[in-house]
Write a protein that binds this ligand. Sequence first.
Ligand code: HEC
Length: 181
Amino acid sequence: MQKIQLTFIAALLALGLTACGKNNGTDSTAGDSAKAQSGSDAKMVEFVTTQDGKPLEINAAQFDTPAAKEFMTTGKNPYVGNEEASQKGKKLFQLYSCTQCHGGDAQGQTGPSLHGPDYKYAKDATNKGMFETIWHGTNGGMGAKGKGLMDPTDPNNGLSVDEALKIIAWIRTHGTTTGNE
Ligand code: HEC
């Protein structure tokens, strides 16, 4: 009697193990195909939030202009030093009401001056760092995309990646560094 029970338990265990094996198989297949998909895209630099340095997820599709694509893979802002793009950036700085808090010339108002070279968040001296601060905001009164949007990852919510790069290019016209060093 006892022997039969043991055999039964052993059989159950074997079944369970087989099922586990199957699950693992399915999971790893899914993982492989996800890897293959991201591998086919150009590599993205690792963006992190200014709040806590945790990964900042941005859909690759949002890098939808040549400049934005270059920024996505290098972290460098190709608009810096480009007069036309910087002038557009100045208009966008007004359009998205950055002026309300940072002043018409980004000289500072209720929000801090953005001229640099010293920033509250040292990483804002780089274009990648300043982009992260603008995109996801801070804990000290700077909302995501300047507005405190509920979902800064929504592409239809506030400024685009390309627009942010133009704004940063204009901000850099006030300083002595390009932010691309
Ligand atoms: C409602 C007011 C407000 C608006 C609108 C706003 N900001 Fe800010 N911003 C702030 C405040 C306040 C800070 C300081 C945040 C802190 O200390 O954490 C800040 C900080 C920043 C910083 C970091 C400065 C540093 O010294 O590190 C950048 C860059 C910046 N803002 C850019 C922008 C841009 C670009 C826009 C428009 C898209 C914008 N802000 C819109 C209030 C605002």
